[in-house]
Ligand binder design. Structure first.
Ligand code: SAM
Length: 413
C-alpha cells in the first residue's frame, strides 16, 4: 500500500475517536468522515507500520445515519468529529463506546445506563479558543495546521459576530490565541488575547465591542483593557465567579444536568461529610452543600480556589471549605473522614498517590465524574479491590465531537 493510493472499502465500525475502521489484507485503515456500513472510495493519507489513515474521496453507498454537515470546514477542521452523523446515531455511538470501553478495559457488563442527551446540539459551548498565526481558526484534524474559519457552529452567534469584528479590524500580528467565554446569566462576554510582548494594545478595536471584558495575556500576566477580569454564571440556584484561568464546564445547560445526577446519586441526607476532589471553582461541592453537613474541596489551581472562596461567600454557603494543592499530597496531610468522595479529574484521570489516598480513606461511596472513559476504566481497575461499580451514566456534553462525559457511582465493598 502506498500514499495517495485509491481503494474501495466498507466501513466495519467506528473507533473511539469517531473514525471509520476498514480492513485490507493485514492493514487497519482509519477513515475520516465515514460511517458504519458505508462503502467509500478512499485515498491513503498516512502509513505507519500496518496502520493507515485515509480520507474519503467518494461515498459509493451512504449510511441512512449520514446527514449533510452544516459546516463547510468539517472535513479539515479538528474541532468536530461527528457532524456528518444524525444526533440519534451520535448518542447510540457514545453510549456503546462507553459500554465497549468498560467491557474491554474494566471487564464490566450491564453497568452503563442510557446516555443523557444534549438539548442544544449546536451553539452550546460557552468557551472557545481560536488559534492565530496570520489566519484565525482551529487546528486541523490531527495536525497543527490552522484552518481559517469565519463561523463555528458549536459556539453562540454572538461569538461568531465578535470573531468577524476582530477579523475585520485587527491584523493579529503578535497574537497567539484568542479565548472567548460567554456568560448567559450576565449576557456578557470575556475576550482574552494571548499575545507576545511586541503586541500593541491599541490594536484591539475596543470601540466596536460592547458588553465585553477585554484582557491581554502576556505569558502568565493579565492586563484588563475593558470591564472586569471575571464573569459570573448561574447554575441551578447558585452564582459562580469564573476567572480566565479557572476551569468551568463548557456546556452550561448540560453542566446543571451533570451536577443534578451527582446530587441524585449522592445519597446525602444532611449530617454527612463530602470530599470534592479536583473541585475547580467549588461548583460540585456547592451544589451538594444543601444536602451535606461538611464539605472540603481540593484544587491545584490558585485562581480557581480564589473563585471558590468567592463563590462560597457570595452564595452564603457556610459548610464548605477549600484547600489549594495537589489532590494526593493534600489528602496525605488531611484528617477529614468523608462519607462521600466526589472526584472530577482532568482527562489523565487519577494519579497513583490520589488512588492510594482514596483507598486509605475508604469512604462508603465514591462518585467519579470523568471526561475520558478510558482513564475512568483504568482507575476503576485500580480501585477494584476496594470499590464496586454500581452504575455509569454517560452524559452528552460535547455534541458533534467524539467526547463523552460519565458519572460513575462506586460503593465500598
Ligand atoms: C475537569 S476539572 C473539574 C473542575 C470542577 N469539578 C468543575 O466541575 O468545574 C479538573 C480540575 O482539576 C484541577 N486539577 C488538575 N490536576 C490536579 C491535581 N493534581 N490536584 C488538584 N487539582 C487538580 C484542574 O485545575 C481543574 O480545575
Amino acid at each position: 500500500m502506498n500514499l495517495l493510493d485509491r481503494k474501495v472499502v466498507t466501513i466495519d465500525a467506528l473507533d473511539h475517536q469517531g473514525r471509520g475502521i476498514a480492513h485490507i489484507d493485514n492493514f487497519v485503515i482509519f477513515v475520516f468522515n465515514a460511517l458504519v456500513g458505508e462503502q467509500v472510495e478512499i485515498e491513503i493519507a498516512k502509513i505507519k507500520k500496518n496502520i493507515v489513515e485515509a480520507k474519503v474521496i467518494k461515498i459509493l453507498k451512504a449510511s441512512p445515519e449520514r446527514i449533510g454537515s452544516v459546516c463547510p470546514y468539517f472535513k479539515e477542521c479538528g474541532g468536530c468529529d461527528l457532524l456528518h452523523m444524525s444526533y440519534q446515531n451520535q448518542l447510540f455511538y457514545k453510549e456503546n463506546k462507553v459500554k465497549e470501553i468498560m467491557r474491554k478495559f474494566a471487564r464490566l457488563e450491564n453497568v452503563v445506563e442510557s446516555i443523557v442527551p444534549n438539548d442544544n446540539v449546536y451553539g452550546y459551548r460557552n468557551k472557545v479558543t481560536f488559534q492565530v498565526e496570520e489566519k484565525v481558526g482551529f487546528y486541523g484534524k490531527r495536525s497543527h495546521k490552522i484552518i481559517e474559519i469565519d463561523k463555528c457552529f458549536l459556539i453562540p452567534d454572538i461569538m461568531n459576530e465578535y470573531l468577524s469584528i476582530l477579523k475585520r479590524a485587527m491584523n493579529f500580528s503578535f497574537v497567539n490565541q484568542i479565548m472567548m467565554r460567554q456568560s448567559e446569566y450576565e449576557q456578557k462576554m470575556m475576550i482574552v488575547f494571548d499575545v507576545t510582548k511586541e503586541f500593541s494594545n491599541s490594536q484591539v478595536p475596543l470601540n466596536e465591542l460592547s458588553n465585553v471584558s477585554v484582557l491581554i495575556k502576556r505569558e502568565h500576566n493579565y492586563e484588563v483593557l475593558l470591564g472586569d477580569d471575571f464573569l459570573l454564571e448561574k447554575v441551578g440556584d447558585y452564582i459562580f465567579k469564573i476567572s480566565p484561568e479557572s476551569f468551568f464546564q463548557v456546556n452550561t445547560k448540560q453542566m446543571e444536568k451533570l451536577y443534578q445526577i451527582v446530587l441524585d446519586h449522592s445519597g446525602l441526607s444532611k449530617g454527612e461529610k463530602v470530599l470534592d476532589l479536583y473541585c475547580g471553582t467549588g461548583t460540585i461541592g456547592i451544589y451538594l452543600s444543601k444536602k451535606a453537613n461538611d464539605i472540603l474541596g481540593i484544587e491545584m489551581n490558585e485562581s480557581a480556589i480564589e473563585d471558590a472562596f468567592w463563590n462560597k461567600k457570595q452564595n452564603c454557603i457556610h459548610n464548605i471549605n477549600f484547600m489549594c494543592g495537589d489532590t494526593g499530597s493534600v489528602l496525605k496531610e488531611a484528617t477529614f473522614q468523608p462519607d462521600l468522595i466526589v472526584v472530577d479529574p482532568p482527562r489523565a484521570g487519577l494519579d497513583e498517590l490520589a488512588i492510594s489516598e482514596i483507598k486509605r480513606i475508604h469512604a462508603p461511596k465514591v462518585i467519579y465524574v470523568s471526561c475520558d472513559p478510558v482513564t475512568l476504566a483504568r482507575d476503576i481497575n485500580r480501585l477494584e479491590q476496594d470499590y464496586e461499580v454500581m452504575t455509569i451514566i454517560p452524559v452528552d456534553m460535547f455534541s458533534n465531537t467524539y467526547h463523552v462525559e460519565c458519572v460513575c457511582i462506586l460503593k465500598y465493598r
